[in-house]
Every structure is written in C-alpha cells, then in structure tokens.
Design a binder for this molecule. Structure first.
Ligand code: PLP
Length: 369
C-alpha cells in the first residue's frame, strides 16, 4: 500500500453514516438545486465568519473568478497576487480578462511579501488578491492600508485557510470579499467540487447571486449582465453543513499532526513550517524545505511513501503565462523555493502509525544523504 499526503477514505469510514444521511436528506427533499441545504449552508458559513453573506458556488476557482467580477474587476485591469500559489488563483484572474501582477514571497513563511505591493500598484491596478497559503494568513494590515489609499478592492483567496486566524480575526473577514474552495482535500472539504465567496457588502452579495445564476436575480428570467452557471450543489452543501460543525475538530487534528512532526523532526536538517507572528495556522499542507528535495522524494518512494510538492512550478514560469513576460530570476524567493519544498502527509484522520512510518523513513533517508 502506498502512503500519500492525503486520503479521504479514513474520514469517510468514520463519518459514513452522516455523509450518507446528507445524501438521503437532499434526494428526499423534493428540491435538487438551490434548495434548503444550500441556503442553510450559506447562512451557517456566513455566521461562522460573522459576515453578512456567503454565496455557494461550484468550485474555488469560480469563487475567485466571480469574486473578482462582483468586485468590478474585468478586462484591462491588473490584479496583484503571488506566483507561489495553486494555479487556479491566477487562472481565475485570467478568466475575467484581467492581468496578474506578481509580488514575491517571504523567505520565512512563503507568504506574499506585502512590502513589495506598493511598488506594483499602477494606473490599471484594480484589486489586491493575497493568498492565505498552506493554512496561514498573509499580514493584512499593510494591504488594507494600500487598498484604502488607492481605492482598490481586496479579495482574499482562502482556499487553503478555512478557520485560520490572524490576530484573532478569521481568514475571509479582512477584505471586501473572500473565496473558498471545498475541494475534497481542503481543510473543509466536500465529496466533490464545491466553493463559496463570502462578503460584508450587500452589493457584492447580489452581484455574486446574479453571476452564479446566468446573470439573473433568483427566480426572475431576465438577464441584465450575462453571468455563469456556478451554483453550489445541494448534496455537497448538505455534506458541508454537517462537516462545518466539525471544522474546529478537524483543525485541532491537523495541529496535533503538525506538533508530532515538529517533535520528531525539529532537530533534523529539514526546514519546518514557521508560523508568522499573530497567526493561528490550520496546516492545510505541511510544507518542509531541503536543498536535496528531489533525492529525498525519490528515496521515500522506495518505502512506499509518495509525497507532493505545493508547488513545483511557480505560475509565472508556466507556458500558459509566458505572455506575461516574467523572466527566470524575476521572483527569486518563489523560484528558489519551488526547487526545495515538499509536503508531508497531513489530514486530521491521518493514522498515528502512518505518521510514524513517514517520520522513521524520512529520518533514515536524511541520515543517508
Ligand atoms: C484549491 C485552490 C483553489 C481552487 O479551488 P478549486 O475548488 O480546486 O477550483 C484556488 N486557490 C487556491 C490557493 C487553492 O488552493
């Protein structure tokens, strides 16, 4: 059996009755699209954040995309973000016709270097899109100040940071709107594709509701501005409602896994994740760093352990974004990281014996390097 960084089946076997009951609830409800489960989840997820509104969407990429559109970002605009992120952040910017502009990340925690953002603001800048990467928040105060000063929208990419806090404030509550993914691997994951965008602004909420529903107000059959079909599915909404009640337990489980790695590997040559001041980390992924990353991954394969890299190719180096004109060396920290980071198995139901096997194998491999 191969050990992977993530496996939903352990959780499924534990929560099977609840998950299947969710499916039964929706199938027996008499309403399969935009019913009680979606509206219930939207209310509960908004309440969890103390925000006015949550609009359930079909996935996290579209949560970013519709979030940008609802904030008025479109063709010709520039959006400042990072290249050290999941490609969908940038794909969503491209999809609305805007141009991504990249800040580098910090050596300490691999998060957006917010001190670079002021210099990247130009006449076409419309939005700043920080990514709360790996499970912890970007320091938002400098970005809030810049957004205020220059009249920019601030959209948080929270796809990796459900329940993470920055000086006590939840990820998703510090900008104009925030995009979440509930892809199965995420800290709050559905059993398929799902997403949502949350906001404090009533006009952003109504724009999101129209955009996900062809461009119509719910129940009116007239399109003002053409939108999309990007609705959250009832079945996933019902599963998410139930899992939301356990979100804080999932996070506690992830932190326990992180603590064990720290105890076992704290003295090794690996650079372990560092939590930025004021942050409560939720460990969506447990990213470590070593200059001989590729050798380590290959050696671990022989133990039946298959590890991921988040992310091996910075977005600005991808063929699909070559037209942006970034040259090698333009984002030095991001590029150096990409060759040295890798992720250890991390999910709340990770069995102790699996974690021990990974720690033992890794310790042996590091000793042999
Ligand atoms: C997962 C992820 C997304 C995209 O979410 P999907 O639901 O897979 O479309 C966007 N941004 C980040 C940072 C992510 O990790």
């Amino acid at each position: 059996m191969v050990t992977r960084v993530w496996d939903y089946l352990v959780e499924y076997h534990k929560e099977r009755e609840d998950i299947l009951e969710a499916v039964e609830t929706v199938f027996g409800s008499g309403r399969l699209v935009l019913g009680e489960s979606v509206s219930g989840f939207e209310r509960e997820f908004a309440d969890y954040h103390g925000l006015r509104a949550c609009v359930g969407l079909d996935n996290g990429t579209n949560a970013v995309k519709l979030g940008l559109q609802a904030l008025g970002v479109g063709p010709g605009d520039e959006v400042i973000t990072v290249s050290n992120t999941a490609a969908p952040t940038v794909v969503a910017i491209d999809a609305v016709g805007a141009t991504p502009v990249f800040a580098d990340v910090r050596e300490e925690d691999y998060l957006m270097d917010t001190s670079q953002v002021a210099d990247l603001i130009g006449p076409r800048t419309r939005c700043i899109l920080p990514v709360h990467l790996y499970g912890q928040c970007v320091g938002m105060a400098p970005l809030q100040a810049l957004a205020e000063e220059h009249g920019l929208a601030l959209l948080e990419d929270c796809a990796q940071a459900h329940g993470a806090r920055h000086h006590g404030r939840l990820a998703g509550t510090m900008g104009d709107a925030a995009a979440f993914s509930f892809y199965p691997t995420k800290v709050l994951g559905a059993y398929g594709d799902a997403g949502a965008t949350v906001t404090r602004h009533p006009e952003v909420e109504s724009a999101l509701r129209r955009l996900r529903y062809y461009g119509m107000e719910d129940r009116y059959y007239v399109v003002d501005t053409p939108g999309h079909n990007s609705r959250l599915d009832e079945v996933h909404a019902e599963i998410l409602r139930r899992k939301l009640r356990r979100l804080d337990d999932y996070i506690a489980g992830r932190r326990a896994v992180a603590r064990r790695y720290e105890e076992a590997l704290g003295d090794s040559d690996l650079v372990l994740p560092s939590t930025a001041p004021g942050n409560d980390h939720v460990y969506y992924v447990y990213v470590v760093r070593h200059p001989r990353r590729d050798d380590i991954i290959e050696a671990l394969n022989a133990y039946g352990i298959s590890l991921n890299i988040s992310y091996p190719w910075p977005v600005h180096t991808m063929t699909g974004f070559a037209h942006l004109g970034y040259r090698p060396g333009s984002l030095p920290v991001t590029e150096a990281l990409a060759g040295e980071i890798f992720s250890l198995p991390m999910y709340p139901s990770l069995p102790l014996e699996t974690q021990d096997r990974v720690i033992e194998a890794l310790t042996e491999v590091l000793a042999r390097l």
